[in-house]
Design a protein around this ligand. Sequence first.
Ligand SMILES: C[S@@+](CC[C@H](N)C(=O)[O-])C[C@H]1O[C@@H](n2cnc3c(N)ncnc32)[C@H](O)[C@@H]1O
Length: 310
Amino acid sequence: MYEELHIPVMVEEATSLLVAKPDGFYVDGTLGTGGHAEAILRRGGERLSYLGIDRDPAAIEIARRRLAPFGERARIVQGNFRDLARFAAGRPADGVLLDLGISSLQLADGTRGFSYMTDGPLDMAMGPDGRSVRELLATAEERELGRIVREYGEERRYRAVAREIVRRRSREELATTAALRDCAASVAPAADRFGTLSRVFQALRIWANGELEHLAAALPDAVSALAPGGRIVVISYHSLEDRIVKRFLRQEERGCVCPADFPQCRCGRAPRLRLVVRRALRPAPEEIERNTRARSARLRAGERVPNESA
Ligand SMILES: C[S@@+](CC[C@H](N)C(=O)[O-])C[C@H]1O[C@@H](n2cnc3c(N)ncnc32)[C@H](O)[C@@H]1O
């Protein structure tokens, strides 16, 4: 039944890399409907404990029901994974999982405004801490709209999209997904219409939820929260996220942040991670066949280095 709401991606790869201690403590920053959570809890022993975080109250409600059989071993909180260290309350984690982006549950709910496939109010907030897309489209300057579409959607027609939003809103407010869809579709050639729509909707969703900022803020804290030997596993779904994760993991593996032309290190930062996956893992073709959402997934992982001085 839960798989109808959201099919978790790369479950075997993620949990086999993550769960090394049957009685460990595992933090999942993106609980969603609890697919990875259930796999983590089943993989460990009776003494494994789990903390799941999600900003979306609808996902939390479903996950609570799903994880009820695990009793107190599964703790669930509604919040932002940016505050992961605070929720873990100083308890060193044996693993941290981030399965980024949006869930099928969120995408399928027309009332939440994430998808151009269903008509609904232009909302796109994953949780109460999100920003209003409707307000952005009504008030932002054309230049700012263009920047958001270019930066978060990597859409090359960003100028035309922004110009069209400003032109249309002078006649009536863009308040629904259908209005935004018509607007963005009108500046795209037929052959690239769906691509443009996906990129524009992605851009606005990323902006509304501060997705890249929260990710960049959460990663260093997630590593700090790890016990020596503990692992961080991150699954991302587009190049903007994956770039942040990849650079971060490489930086943590290197340690030193001194400019390349410094004859010797002055920052004194020691490596905190060892990469356990050198090149991002991709889902097996059979998984992509079963679940098209897995198509763009990239999994990266690092392990906290014991006895480092940082
Ligand atoms: C891809 S889904 C996770 C699915 C989950 N692994 C499962 O198996 O059901 C991503 C989830 O992360 C949540 N999310 C995204 N950004 C978040 C953030 N900054 N803090 C907390 N939750 C976040 C979304 O609300 C969504 O439910």
